[in-house]
Ligand binder design. Structure first.
Ligand code: C2O
Length: 349
């Protein structure tokens, strides 16, 4: 059977590998749960590349900053508003650090390292984006994506590195401020690479491997995760989740913090505004992969995948139930990505 949404009233202490964390990331509870129906799509929201904002999108950055400022302000004015910045970060903590159990069991619910990774994060960003848009009364607002698969985007986007901006976050590795080049095979225990050109080539090769060297849909999407299954181990993740995605988390997080907060652990990752642009690019990789003309089938038609369901608060503070199967096509969800070059396509190692 498919994974069912958690019972939000049964929400406990989150942990990291069984070690309890001293945080409470349980959301406000509500008894009114609606089945979410995708609203009719008018104008598509177009998610821009974060590194190109200053050239192509006048006024966009100011709007984005204002939206995040208002979201942060909700933390103080109404800490129980599920649309607040901390509440939104806590969504990731609750679903990813074992605060919930699978309904009616004592088996923790965890949405990483399986085929739920892409659809769950797509829904998470979907509501995050709509909340930001609502806070500035702009129904066309779209999150920027961190284009780390393109040499032009292979550094932390500068919009996140301005200390005066609400997009700034102190919990990052100080060695990796722009223009440091990202390492899509980053681990915390190897020496910092010194040859930038080589690093760029190795990043492109990594992307080629993760996107093109895939034989079955599960290689890319992640392995199955069904009701009653134990928490999936990292080995069950798809290529992008396990590779470039995790590398960026580790590369940005501050290694001098206990769990490399913020981006270096699930419980704290959503506290860094850069998280949502990172995941916007992860989401874009799913869109690009589905559009590739390679032989591997792109769809998983198993009803236990399509009917997996989650709960989120929407931009109107309503608790809604969503299905994985309704998140397969980003255009039906009302957004698309700015068209940029995809150089790794021709970078067969
Ligand atoms: Cu839910 Cu990048 O993690």
């Amino acid at each position: 059977d498919p994974i069912q949404p958690p019972d939000m009233k049964v929400c406990g202490v989150p942990d990291v590998g069984g070690v309890p964390l001293d945080v409470n990331c349980c959301p406000p509870v509500s008894d009114a749960i609606k089945d979410y129906v995708l609203p009719p799509v008018g104008t598509l929201r177009v998610r821009p590349a974060a590194h190109s904002l200053h050239r192509h999108h006048h006024g966009y950055l100011a709007k984005y900053e204002e939206a995040v400022r208002r979201m942060r302000a909700l933390d103080k004015s109404d800490p129980d508003d599920p649309r607040g910045f901390t509440q939104q970060a806590n969504v990731h903590c609750a679903y990813c650090n074992n605060a919930y159990d699978q309904t009616g069991t004592s088996i923790p619910l965890s949405i990483h390292f399986s085929w739920l990774f892409f659809p769950w994060h797509r829904w998470y960003l979907y509501f995050y984006e709509r909340i930001l848009g609502k806070l500035i009364q702009d129904p066309t607002f779209a999150l920027p994506f961190w284009n780390w698969d393109n040499p032009r985007g292979m550094h932390l986007p500068s919009i996140f590195d301005n200390e005066k901006s609400p997009l700034y976050n102190t919990n990052r590795n100080p060695l990796h401020r722009p223009p440091a080049v990202v390492d899509l095979q980053y681990t915390n225990d190897k020496p910092e690479p010194t040859d930038d050109e080589r690093l760029v080539r190795s990043n492109l090769a990594t992307m080629y491997n993760e996107m093109m060297r895939v034989r079955k849909p599960e290689d890319f999407m992640g392995q199955s995760y069904l009701a009653g299954d134990e928490v999936p181990p990292p080995a069950k993740a798809g290529t992008v989740e396990r590779g470039s995605h995790t590398s960026i988390h580790r590369w940005v997080g501050d290694p001098s913090n206990p769990y490399h907060e913020d981006l270096g652990n699930f419980y704290s990752a959503g506290r860094d505004p850069a998280f949502y642009s990172h995941h916007s690019n992860v989401d874009r990789m799913w869109t690009i992969w589905r559009g590739l003309k390679t032989r591997v089938p792109k769809a998983i038609n198993d009803p236990d995948y399509l009917n997996a369901a989650f709960l989120f608060y929407d931009e109107n503070k309503e608790l809604v139930r969503v299905r994985a199967g309704d998140a397969l096509d980003n255009r039906k969800m009302g957004y698309e990505y700015e068209d940029v070059d995809v150089p790794w396509l021709y970078f067969r190692p």
